[in-house]
Design a binder for this molecule. Structure first.
Ligand SMILES: Cc1cc2nc3c(=O)[nH]c(=O)nc-3n(C[C@H](O)[C@H](O)[C@H](O)COP(=O)(O)OP(=O)(O)OC[C@H]3O[C@@H](n4cnc5c(N)ncnc54)[C@H](O)[C@@H]3O)c2cc1C
Length: 409
């Protein structure tokens, strides 16, 4: 099989388009958005909704050969600012969930506002709970079917929901909520539900104050007798042979498939933040007259040269794994292993690269006049959400050894 590392013309155009946006629209707002934390960065939101997203490739949840381009978009925009990237009005993880587990009708219906709404809208996905993080099968939020009204009734609390404020409060958006319809069935009973913004019973309890990606609205949401129509369940309501209510044919597996689409994107985000640090470091070294001799023999390299070359190699390796996992996703091939490989590699690379940049730059690395310290703070989350470093390594091991999740955990 021929191997091609060339980007398509479309991807190259997208890279230039998003890099321009990153430079001109995001970087100038970066510090203010970080300091302002929960203050909505209105100029950015308006720009993205009215102008920036035009020329953007399709929704990340929709498979297609543009999926590498979606990762290029994530890299460029996170090179600009990862917090603002997560704050921009898009279907985001909510869209990935609908794309992975929804029927064609559901995709059409729930994604329509992201094309047609006159005002910005957000999507989000709420899995994590106070007692369930890495072990998503432990979630306790319940969804009971009310036979009379033909509605699902949700009860529980979700924490750390990215874009949770926008998605729960602004008309047209939605939160995809994971809940169990049969606690005795373990993971088999877990389903995902689309809860439209402003649905009664869904309450925004608060926003998280964070070390990094501070422009991103990370919400706690409470669901108290929150009712959604039967057709808002993504996939099937079937549990271990018992049929509760009809739907499509994907349940927990469909919900988990969301990660195969989202992990390459998070890996690309990590590559973007890492590249921001490395680009700045190289520019600064050049300004100070430090040359990096890429062709010098190993024994002759200075410590700085060795560090920079290693940082570059880590970044390139992470990017290639990311693109491979994205390309497979776009081609409809199973990419569970590759998505976790990319996410684990990129999550580690970005934390190491941004810390090294702070270290090498000394006082410049610490200064709030520059963004290097901020990139170090923005980096770590890429190694936590959408599966931590340890969890992604576990998935890689399971896939390689062909062990089930109950055998290797
Ligand atoms: C800023 C932010 C945004 C987020 N956005 C979202 C979102 O939009 N939607 C959402 O649902 N969630 C979101 N999350 C939650 C995130 O996905 C979880 O924090 C993550 O999955 C880890 O879960 P936990 O925090 O409960 O940690 P735990 O699962 O308690 O893990 C703690 C530590 O133990 C390790 N560990 C756990 N299990 C194992 C194991 N079996 N083997 C080895 N090590 C293990 C972990 O790697 C970690 O280092 C977000 C979190 C943050 C901080």
């Amino acid at each position: 099989m021929p191997i091609s590392f060339e980007l398509t013309d479309n991807s190259i155009r997208a890279r230039e388009h998003f890099n321009r946006i990153a430079q001109e629209q995001m970087r100038p707002l970066s510090r203010e958005a970080d300091t302002g934390e929960h203050h909505l960065p209105q100029p950015w939101v308006d720009f993205w909704w009215n102008e920036g997203r035009k020329g953007a490739p399709g929704n990340p949840g929709e498979p297609g050969d543009g999926f590498v381009t979606v990762c290029i978009q994530a890299e460029e925009l996170c090179w600009g600012d990862a917090g603002l990237y997560l704050r921009m009005p898009t279907a985001a993880l909510g869209g990935s969930a609908v794309g992975a587990a929804g029927t064609d009708e559901q995709k059409k219906k729930f994604m329509a506002p992201f094309r047609e709404s006159p005002h910005p809208v957000w999507g989000a996905m709420a899995i994590t709970e106070p007692g369930a993080g890495s072990d998503s099968a432990a979630i306790e939020t319940t969804a009971d079917f009310d036979e009379e009204t033909e509605e699902w009734v949700l009860n529980g609390t979700k924490i750390f929901c990215t874009a949770g404020e926008g998605a729960s409060q602004v008309e047209g958006g939605f939160v995809v909520v994971w809940a169990t319809i049969d606690a005795s069935a373990g993971r088999g009973g877990i389903k995902s539900f689309v809860v439209p913004a402003k649905t009664p019973g869904m309450e925004l309890v608060g926003l998280e104050k964070k070390m990094g990606i501070r422009a991103s609205d990370t919400a706690t949401l409470r669901f108290e007798n929150c009712r959604v129509p039967r057709e808002n369940l993504l996939g099937s309501a079937e549990v271990k042979g018992k049929k509760k209510k009809p739907g499509g044919d994907k349940g927990f597996k469909g919900a988990m498939a969301t990660f195969d689409a989202s992990r390459p994107i998070v890996a690309a985000m990590a590559v973007g933040v890492g590249r921001a640090s490395l680009d700045f470091l190289k520019e600064e070294l050049e300004r100070q007259g430090v040359e990096i001799r890429y062709d010098a023999p190993l024994h002759a390299l200075t410590a700085i040269e060795r560090d920079v070359i290693e940082m570059e190699a880590e970044l390139q390796g992470a990017r290639l794994l990311t693109w491979r996992s994205a390309q497979m996703m776009g081609q409809g091939k199973p990419n569970n292993l590759e998505a976790s490989m990319a996410k684990a590699k990129a999550g580690l690379a970005v934390t190491q690269i941004t810390q090294k940049a702070v270290e090498i730059l000394g006082p410049l690395g610490q200064s709030k006049k520059l963004l290097v310290e901020k990139w170090m703070r923005d980096a770590k989350i890429n190694d936590i959400f959408e599966g931590t470093q340890q969890i992604n390594q576990l998935i890689v091991a399971r896939r390689i050894l062909d062990y089930s999740s109950s055998l290797l955990r």
